[in-house]
Design a protein around this ligand. Structure first.
Ligand code: CO
Ligand code: CO
Ligand code: CO
Length: 306
């Protein structure tokens, strides 16, 4: 079934003709100071791989690392934030494990269910498909600005809202509209995950930046050079697979490589079904979304940006 070869970061195991299990694991160090909020974001991120595959999350187990020098109440708040998000996703936390560590870390292993014939993967994209992104980019840049105390409270709130928002509504929309392929956009940045989709499906993705959903403040910070180290690593790792054809401003290019925490879904869908998808997203999705390109016959590059 789905293995590591196509870089989908969830494993799928078929139980019977009607059901397959999706199993995922994700955890990381705090991206915000508030422990409850961190728990919410980490859980939204861990649940995302199930949503990206068109699955329904059922159970989740906590995985936590915590220093003995910090008050245990902080860990309690992290777990409470996580449990709340899991509940919002219609699943339940059934246990977990904590070890002592110098730096706190938190995430979950999530189990979800999907019909074996309706699994959506990053390999499913087909030539002619339209690409839709369901959350704005720039989250990593804003986190860097917030850490450097350069951003105000309103920017922090907006960024938290985007990171902690579940990909559940976007997932339901793509299931209803009949998506052919999907991946969630996380640490490798938009272009990193798009390149994985291109390679797994055997096509080239043509990205158009004019309607790219972006957190506007991240453009200003990118112009000032407030860019996380991960964006440079992402660029170095994949830039030979990327062809920039248009006259793209440097800050937009930086945003395309920006590592996202709990980013949106990148959905590939037949042109005839796009209207239905956009309509569904318009009704239910609470983050900005847009058509960001299309899938075409393979060229020398995984991605062409215009
Ligand atoms: Co993941
Ligand atoms: Co993922
Ligand atoms: Co144990």
């Amino acid at each position: 079934m789905v293995g590591f070869d196509t870089c989908d970061d969830a494993a799928v195991y078929k139980l019977n003709q009607e059901q397959a299990v999706i199993q995922t694991l994700d955890f990381f160090t705090p991206v915000v100071d508030d422990p409850f909020t961190f728990g919410q974001i980490a859980a939204a991120n861990a649940l995302s791989d199930v949503f990206a595959m068109g699955g329904i999350p059922v159970t989740a187990m906590n995985i936590a690392c915590f220093p003995s020098c910090l008050p245990p109440g902080i860990l309690g708040e992290i777990l409470r934030g996580g449990a709340e998000k899991v509940k919002e996703a219609g699943a339940i936390v059934i246990g977990g494990h904590t070890v002592e560590d110098r730096e706190p870390k938190y995430g979950l292993s999530v189990m979800g269910l999907v019909h074996p014939k309706r699994i959506v993967t990053n390999a499913g994209a087909e030539a002619g498909d339209v690409l839709v992104l369901t959350k704005p980019l720039g989250v990593g840049i804003l986190n860097t600005a917030i850490k450097g105390e350069l951003a105000d409270e309103a920017v922090y709130k907006k960024n938290v809202e985007v990171m902690s928002y579940l990909n559940q509504d976007a997932s339901r929309a793509m299931i209803k509209a009949g998506a052919s392929g999907c991946t969630d956009v996380t640490g490798f940045g938009f272009l990193g995950h798009a390149a994985e989709m291109a390679e797994a499906s055997g096509f080239t993705l043509e990205i158009r930046t004019e309607n790219l959903p972006v957190l506007t403040e991240s453009i200003e910070f990118a112009r000032m050079g407030i860019i996380p180290a991960g964006a440079y690593r992402n660029r170095e790792f994949i830039q030979n697979k990327i062809k920039i054809l248009g006259n793209i401003p440097q800050e937009i290019e930086d945003i395309l490589y920006d590592p996202q925490t709990s980013g949106g879904l990148l959905i590939a869908i037949r042109e005839s079904n796009v209207e239905m998808l956009l309509q569904e997203l318009h009704e239910k999705n609470r983050t900005p979304f847009a058509i960001v390109g299309r899938v075409k016959k393979k060229t020398n590059y995984s991605i062409e940006v215009k």
